[in-house]
Design a protein around this ligand. Structure first.
Ligand code: GLU
Length: 427
């Protein structure tokens, strides 16, 4: 039983998405034997930093921006997780994303706690120069809070290799020498890893393929719909096409498209690289954004923001496999509806998109040891970890007779709780 004092904990983070992560935790914690004294300690984020900082726009006007970093737990090593630039970022969302990073890292066996950062900004409203200023100033504000042994950032929605390069440069300039291990997802030229950029999307495609194989569905008979055409969505699309599947639906926040005999992903990528968005793409049929997730397909891959499959559309999605490239795309109510339906295999986010943080871990290791792994080495080790994690989830699922999401969560949460319990309470 939670202590009465705990009922007021974490009101700071209160939001739909934080409540969703907490509810997932409560359900998973109930299924396993977490010692009482570790129950609340494992659940709530350890600490956070909020910063409000100025940026001078190109026209000379000074604007203020708000940013966050939430570190969920530090019991197993540094915290790890992405940095998001998006206009809807808030501290509750960042806290939920940090919790999911913790369960994800523990599930796949990385010596990390979870973290997440965010700045409330629409990055496409800024020039490249302004974006550089924002990235550098955010990192500058975070210097007392991060470190190669404390907290290591990476790309997330709205950030990329270039942003990571600016952040690495800002930190290194402050310290007085190059510190490549301060962030992952960097360009190869400054200590990035082979395979990192593709890892999240390709890992998602890899899991989709594994489950299709188990279900006896041929890749050549497989149709795929993907929401989100950033790094994760586009790499998942390329991965699925490489496996022989047909991507019949894609979309981003500006427009969605359908083509029954398969969209040319190479052409869509070229278009998005040139125009920054999919809007205006003419090589497939334009459909309303809210119809994308409801297209009939074999594999549905949400690869954008959280909570897009909810109680309103969960009964209408028409896929056999739901591969969660995004973090938290399916609400708890939608989970219940999908479970009752019983006709969809969910590959839960913390398993499905874990390829990204696994290769981030490889990047961090390479940087700390000033060494370099070949692409072949990276992909071989990545595959080993993904497959081992997948099999452990399947075993846990049989053991607890529960959903795949609950199996993934109980493994991740159980490992963090065990570590906290073993370390005890100081003083
Ligand atoms: N932002 C990614 C995620 O949500 C990657 C985090 C990382 O590589 O540290 O998993």
């Amino acid at each position: 039983m939670p202590h009465p004092n705990n009922s007021t904990l974490s009101t700071l983070y209160d939001s739909d998405v934080f409540r969703m992560a907490c509810r997932q935790y409560d359900l998973a914690a109930e299924m396993i034997d977490i010692p009482d004294e570790a129950l609340e300690r494992t659940k709530y984020p350890k600490r956070c930093l909020t910063v409000i900082f100025p940026i001078r726009r190109d026209d000379g006007v000074v604007e203020m921006y708000e940013g966050y970093r939430v570190q969920h737990h530090l019991s197993l090593g540094p915290t790890k997780g992405g940095l998001r630039f998006h206009q809807s970022v808030n501290i509750g969302e960042v806290a939920a994303l940090a919790m999911w990073m913790s369960w994800k890292c523990a599930l796949v066996g990385l010596p990390y706690g979870g973290a997440k950062g965010g700045v409330k900004v629409n990055p496409s409203s800024l020039s490249v120069h302004e974006l550089e200023g924002l990235s550098r100033r955010y990192m500058q504000e975070m210097i007392p809070f991060v470190g190669t042994d404390t907290d290591v950032m990476a790309p997330d929605v709205g950030t990329n290799e270039q942003v990571m390069a600016w952040m690495m440069d800002t930190y290194s300039t402050h310290i007085g020498h190059s510190v490549p291990a301060i962030v992952t997802g960097k360009p190869l030229s400054i200590g990035g890893s082979e395979g990192r950029r593709e890892a999240t999307g390709r890992g998602t495609a890899y899991f989709a393929k594994s489950y299709l194989n188990e279900m006896g569905i041929e890749l050549s008979d497989t149709t795929v719909v993907i929401q989100g055409f950033g790094n994760v969505g586009s790499e998942a699309a390329l991965g699925m096409v490489e496996y022989g599947a047909k991507v019949i639906g894609i979309g981003d926040h500006t427009a969605s498209f359908f083509k029954a005999d398969g969209i040319d992903i190479g052409r869509a990528l070229e278009y998005a690289a040139k125009n920054r968005v999919l809007e205006g793409f003419t090589e497939a049929e334009l459909i309303p954004n809210d119809q994308l997730l409801e297209l009939e397909c074999t594999v549905l891959i949400p690869a954008a923001l959280e909570r897009v499959i909810d109680e309103n559309n969960a009964s209408r999605i028409k896929c056999q496999v739901l591969a969660e490239g995004a973090n938290g795309p399916t609400t708890n109510a939608a989970d219940r509806i999908i479970e009752e339906r019983g006709d969809i295999e969910i590959i839960p986010d913390i398993l499905c998109n874990s390829g990204g943080v696994v290769v981030s871990y490889f990047e961090w290791l390479q940087d700390l040891q000033s060494t370099y792994w070949t692409r072949g080495q990276v992909l071989k080790k990545l595959k080993e970890i993904l497959e081992r994690s997948r099999l452990s989830v399947e075993e846990e699922r049989r053991r607890l007779n529960c959903s795949r999401r609950m199996a993934a969560l109980t493994l991740g949460i159980g490992r963090v709780a065990e570590a906290k319990h073993a370390r005890g309470i100081f003083p």
